[in-house]
Ligand binder design. Sequence first.
Ligand code: PEP
Ligand code: MG
Length: 855
Amino acid sequence: MQKEAEFTRISATADIKVQRHGARAKCLQRLIRLEMPVPDTIALPFDTVRRLAAGDRIDSGALLQTFDGAPLLSVRPSAEVTDWGGPGTILNIGLTVDRVEALAEIIGEHAADELFLRFILSYAVEVARLDAEAFADDATAQAALATYECETDEAFPNDPATQLSDVLRSMARAWEGTSARLLRQAKGAPADAGLGLLVQRMVIGAGRGECGFGMIQFVDSQTGAPGITGHYVSNGQSRAALSEDGEVLFLQRDPQGPSLEDRCPDQFAALCALGARTRTSLREEMQIEFKLQDGALCILDAMRAPRSSRAQVRIAVDLAQDAVITKDEALLRIHPSALSELLHPQVAPDHKRSMIAHGIAASPGGATGRIVFSAAAAQALAAQGGDCILVRHETSSEDVRGMNAARGVLTERGGITSHAAVIARGLGVPCVVGAASELQIKPREKLLRTRSGQTFREGDVITLDGTAGVVLEGAARLVEPGQDEAFLTLMVWAEAVTDIGIRANADTPADAKTASRFNAGGIGLCRTEHMFFEHDRLTVMREMIFADSAEDRQAALDRLLPMQRADFLELFRTMKGLPVCIRLLDPPLHEFLPQGRAGVRELADAMDLPLSEVSARVKGLAEFNPMLGMRGVRLGITIPEIYDMQARAIFEATAQAARQGIVTAPEIMIPLVSAKREVELVKARIAAAAAQVRVQTGVEFDYELGVIVETPRAALRAGEIADHVAFLSFGTNDLTQMVYGLSRDDAGRFMSTYVQQGVYLEDPFLRMDTEGVGELLILGAERGRAARSDLILSICGEHGGNADSIAFCRKAGFNYVSCSPFRVPEARLAAAQLAISDRRSARRTSSSDEAKNVP
Ligand code: PEP
Ligand code: MG
């Protein structure tokens, strides 16, 4: 194999590769190809830099001699991906006592001394690893040289080759340092990521004609809107120029002060022209680093303009609309998770964070408010127009209204599919759960204590960052969400290429409105129990649960019927004929039981029963393991009147909608099935309810029956279940719980230890376990489709919005995924990217097949 060159001069034709020399080297080559005035640059490939880090030396004298006229040099890092970082650039290498004198002849004594001083300081800190503080009082190069000698017992190297060699070695070593490695790995770099180094002829940027350093970009980094931003420092030399002595100028003409445009109109126009050329040729919005040397323009570097998530979308859409890139490329350029930042306010990235605890990032977004420890306090504060963060051990049905009133929710216990997490995501409220190892809540004392011993009381202000899963002290600056034109356009493009349905999990009319705002293809899961969490309904629901005679139960159900009917009608109206999949009552009844004495007393009042009797009934209904107890279809079989009422409400709403011109065929889903007989029993009663409503209303309507596959047995027996239903939707929350034998409400306690120790690669409630749970999905899908080829398959657990589970479901031939309404855009973009990538690889395969057939 041919030995790789130790270094290569970057020219239009040189063999420069991103994977060998880094992105910055490749970008400079592209700029050279565009005939931009880039200073002479030598690229050291990853291999050379690795050898330097290991202690080898390169012939820096020979390297120096490749530059004409022994110029001063800079060394810049060039990682494969710019975001992976790298050591800071070092400027003015080659300055020695003799050369400073020569330089003073050209640029003046003061400027030459300044440059030397800065070089000595950066060399001392970056190469000799001295403390910057030691040089704090040094105002001249002479003083800094003395300090250097005193600190190191050696004279400052007065030889350009030694300086260059030491700089290269120290930058190579800095890349191998532990914190640099961890930092880049956190940004997705592989463990063996390489670093290239660029040795570039310095443009002094200081002198008698107009000299200076500037950065310019042609979009706003926050919004992505076109507009010139950046700065120019006359007599400045580097990015740090703003903090130096130079005169800071606006780039564009500005009434508030002098500008580059005024002072150097030709150079400014040339920069704008270069910006336009980089945009079309590099197909990206770039930030350009430039210098003026006696009025001549030099381009030192260009990199992808930094951008917020919102700007990222705007830039990609604008580039596609200007035909610089295709729509497919625009879709591929945006990471799906970046969209969630556009839907929720976020803690400003530059906000100085004082973290008090971290937990599980259960629902994205940032929220600031006063601590409250009860749902009632949250509602009371919200009623006065106050912002609050509801802090609970965990949440239950009684907290839902308080959660709705709060800006954010923090719980001590729970995991990614706990009650608090699921409800918060549905409501779009930022939420952090499972913070027990870092904080303790004492609701009675209205006190929150952190592991470090800090205490917070009701009324104290905290901030939740639900995107990162952290709790911050005090108020934080929030960045408002930005669903602008560009976002909407991107969503339309995504929808056009997506080949798997994206529905929303929407429980209430308000959720359905959100789902419809994000163009969900329908509702994939309406958890009807969430319709009962309104206070007046909760009491009736409890009366129904506690009824000890058939008449009392029916009386309560008769009161619930019109409420449910009105909700369903509203859902049908909002979704305008799109599919709506309604799940019959599912949760363990304990979720409806009153918590604490006050709740029991309230119920006793409502039912006009003695407190002791209601207490006894609450106790009587308690289960050892409610998640595996009287819930789901087991309720429907033992108390069939509940499902009868729900079926009737659904059908009556269907008939009413039809009269209003909205034709809908509701999908009714049976929860927690594990045996086909359960389906047979419920199916017969639902058919009877449909027949009755058709007769009573005189309206013909269709409906579909399906099962949410949440138990391993339902997946295994999907074949015989599919004989009775039109669809199966995999409820991967419960399925994960049951496949692992892992409580979704308690796993938060040990999940981080499990993930840290590599027992699980990731929390399986967050990221679908494609091996175990996934195998059951495939098995269930195959067995179901073998029994009924037109069986509709979907997933409606929290995994529904994740890119990797969408990829899994697409591959397995599922019809749609369903996720919380706020995740619909993210899911749609992920699905679009999968479709585009598949199409591209199919095209590649067919063109290589064609090539093979060429005679
Ligand atoms: C599930 O179990 O995946 C599901 C969607 O139902 P829930 O989260 O309501 O239990
Ligand atoms: Mg479930």
